[in-house]
Ligand binder design. Structure first.
Ligand SMILES: C[S@@+](CC[C@H](N)C(=O)[O-])C[C@H]1O[C@@H](n2cnc3c(N)ncnc32)[C@H](O)[C@@H]1O
Length: 319
């Protein structure tokens, strides 16, 4: 007998919950508990994690949240940094959500992302929902669509949903090749491809593309816009090269869009500027939604894509 989708969801959520329960217990829930480099398999250096955290906090703070719902808050690094700047913070996590938080504006709830309809009150409204470094533990893209549908009634009209630190599916094989080369530095190219394919097959985490995110949001009641932001805090880190942030907000977009230029992404190709270099020139930058090696440069408003345009079945997928 094949498992129903919900039984499969529950199995995957239970597996990751057990993994995180062990990680947090073994490492005393230190700030950066459980963060290992995909390429080397070693713990990520504290300096890189500090830069990663500063980036995440700044990216969320830019949205200027007042009432924030965090899904999968983990060891609480984001709530610790952001609680002072918001009126209300609801922190949820299936493992750590039963711990109290010292800040009076923070409510903690033990729940998985699929279970929020049960724990949120009918009148709960948020102007920002943060799901940072959590989607990779979701069972599949339908689960993500389900989570977005569950939170939609709890969003204020100007709300932003921040899906952060997503693993990019159309760079997954490149990332696995990097890991294969680390394991077998002298191997020929076809051996590297073989090892990389094997690593990709056994990687238990969910990877997504901007198109997959758009499809997950396409079933929502409102029209939504998507911005695909790079995480360019450290050019040497796999956390910067292979991950991205997706921001969703209710549309419509501008009736007439200004020009957007496409250039090679210097984090991944020998030519072209890095996203940080573009931003240092005072320009806004996005990742091109359908070309993982390209950046888009343009006015901020013009870089938001209509979810419906990107959600068509022909656009590229993750796993
Ligand atoms: C890498 S930590 C991220 C913590 C935090 N968001 C941050 O950015 O520092 C991943 C967290 O996701 C939680 N998690 C895993 N599966 C989940 C699910 N289905 N729903 C909600 N949270 C989940 C885990 O318990 C873990 O605490």
């Amino acid at each position: 007998m094949t498992a129903t989708p919900h039984a499969r969801w529950e199995r995957t959520v239970d597996q990751w919950t057990s993994v995180y329960r062990e990680v947090y217990a073994e490492q005393g829930a230190g700030r950066f508990a459980g963060w290992t480099d995909f390429v080397t398999g070693r713990p990520i250096a504290d300096s890189v994690m500090r830069a990663w955290l500063a980036w995440s906090v700044e990216a969320i703070a830019r949205v200027r949240p007042r009432a924030l719902l965090e899904i999968g808050g983990g060891t609480g690094m984001l709530v610790d940094a952001l609680a002072d700047s918001v009126d209300r913070y609801v922190f949820t996590d299936p493992v750590t959500g039963d711990r109290d938080h010292p800040h009076p504006g923070v409510t903690t709830v033990r729940a998985g992302a699929h279970d929020l309809a049960r724990v949120l009150g009918a009148d709960d409204r948020f102007d920002c929902v943060v799901v940072n470094s959590v989607v990779q533990y979701f069972p599949d893209c339908d689960y993500l669509a389900h989570v977005l549908a569950e939170i939609e009634p709890h969003l204020m009209p100007d709300a932003v949903v921040f899906l952060g630190d997503l693993r990019r599916g159309d760079l997954h094989l490149d990332q696995c090749r990097e890991r294969a080369r680390h394991r077998e530095p002298f191997a020929a190219a076809d051996r590297i491809d073989e090892v990389a394919a094997q690593i990709a097959r056994t990687d238990p985490e969910l990877t997504v593309t901007p198109a997959v995110i758009a499809r997950a949001a396409a079933g929502l009641d409102d029209d939504w816009l998507l911005r695909v932001r790079p995480r360019s805090f450290d050019s040497d880190s796999e956390l910067a090269r292979y991950r991205f942030d997706a921001l969703l907000k209710a549309g419509p977009g501008p009736a007439v869009r200004g020009p957007v230029r496409s250039v090679r992404n210097g984090l991944l190709t020998p030519t072209g500027p890095t996203p940080a270099e573009v931003e240092a020139r005072g320009e806004s930058v996005s990742l091109a939604p359908e070309d993982p090696y390209a950046l888009w440069i343009g006015n901020d408003d013009d870089l938001w894509i209509d979810v419906a345009d990107l959600a068509s079945p022909e656009t590229g997928g993750g796993r």
